[in-house]
Design a protein around this ligand. Structure first.
Ligand SMILES: [Zn+2]
Length: 355
């Protein structure tokens, strides 16, 4: 009997990951310090180095009951507004009295991008704040900030969601990335999160970095440290559409139900479109871009997806779909520089993939 019990306990331990939050203790990230049953907002201070310091806003929702630690991070790209506003809504909405476990919310990582309305990069050092993980404590502002996020957010959570969307110049349809890793259990957990989040298009990301010291993206920084992670994308071209914000807020609440952090059952998407690879179409020429397709449209291989003219109106480049698939996003503005992205086309998988 004893032996049987020991086996049962071992199986249970393998199936349910151990929560790292001690429900009796204060949980602090930077200056956000919450006792059980409390919500606290503050900053994660990145000290000045070779350039200026940065205060990253952070809120901790420390549930009254024990459970996992979930990290929600938005605004690496500070002009992907719908995703930032969604995490702001979650700060308001999450009630620590109802939450089991702890939620770390970082609504706006790249404050300089947001305040100066500069897309894609941190204007302080020109670096993309989702390409330099796990960061460097003696690097430029982006690298120091990402080192702080790795240490104070990623290493202290059990599960992570990174929020993105179409940037100022991107007309994007909502989708998520499922991180398919070499670890079967972690991969299956990430897959359940992607389904529970509910976005109807899921990109299978099987090619993320595997070295924790060169993890590059936030989701792979979590994944290479053994934590199930998900990246979600909704919103487009500077807008804050209610349906995009709602999809991100409701998706997060559904994942929290999956993780037993909120009462009730998750509401998973039933028949998602699975994407096996993303084809990026770039411009051969600088000039004026005219799209021929919209976000979410299906294209055949070789179909024209847009053209570029010179400033006298002569067509200098025609962009064509390299493969058949669905347009995940297409450039939303006429400005086009040689080498910039015109569109991304997601190649659809024939049958649903197994975990
Ligand atoms: Zn982004």
């Amino acid at each position: 009997m004893i032996r049987g019990v020991a086996v049962a306990v071992a199986v249970l331990t393998a199936a349910v990951r151990i929560a790292t939050a001690d429900p009796g203790a204060v949980f602090a990230v930077g200056t956000a310090t919450a006792a059980p049953g409390q919500k606290s907002s503050g900053v994660l201070a990145v000290p000045a180095g070779s350039d200026a310091g940065l205060d990253i806003p952070v809120t901790v929702v420390h549930g009254a009951r024990p459970g996992p630690v979930l990290a929600l991070v938005a605004g690496a790209h500070g002009t992907e507004y719908a995703s930032i506003i969604a995490v702001e809504k979650l700060i308001e909405k999450l009630d620590p009295a109802e939450v089991s476990g702890t939620v770390i919310l970082v609504p706006l990582l790249n404050t300089n991008s947001f305040e100066q309305k500069v897309p894609h990069v941190n204007p302080v050092d020109g670096k993309n704040m989702n390409r330099f993980y796990p960061g460097k404590s003696d690097g430029t502002q982006t690298e120091r900030a990402l080192a702080a996020v790795t240490r104070e957010v990623v290493e202290r959570c059990d599960d992570l969601i990174d929020f993105h969307g179409g940037d100022l110049d991107e007309d994007l349809r909502p989708y998520s990335y499922w991180l398919k890793t070499g670890n079967a259990e972690q991969s299956a957990a990430s897959r359940r999160m992607a389904l529970a989040f509910g976005l109807g298009t899921i990109v299978i990301a099987a090619d993320r970095p595997t070295d924790p010291g060169a993890s590059r993206y936030l989701d792979s920084t979590a994944a290479t440290r053994g934590k199930p992670a998900l990246t979600v994308e909704a919103g487009r071209a500077g807008t804050v559409a209610p349906e995009d914000v709602a999809a991100l807020v409701n998706g997060t609440l559904s994942v929290m139900r999956l993780l037993k952090m909120l009462p009730g059952s998750p509401t998973p998407v039933e028949h998602p479109v699975w994407i096996e690879s993303i084809q990026t179409v770039t411009s051969d020429q600088t000039g004026i871009f005219y799209p021929a397709v919209s976000r979410g449209e299906y294209v055949a291989e070789g179909m024209r997806i847009g053209s570029v003219t010179d400033y006298a109106g002569r067509t200098v480049f025609e962009a064509r779909a390299p493969k058949a698939g669905v347009v995940l996003y297409v450039c939303a503005v006429p400005s086009m520089k040689k080498g910039d992205t015109i569109a991304t086309v997601g190649v659809v998988v024939g049958a649903p993939p197994s975990p």
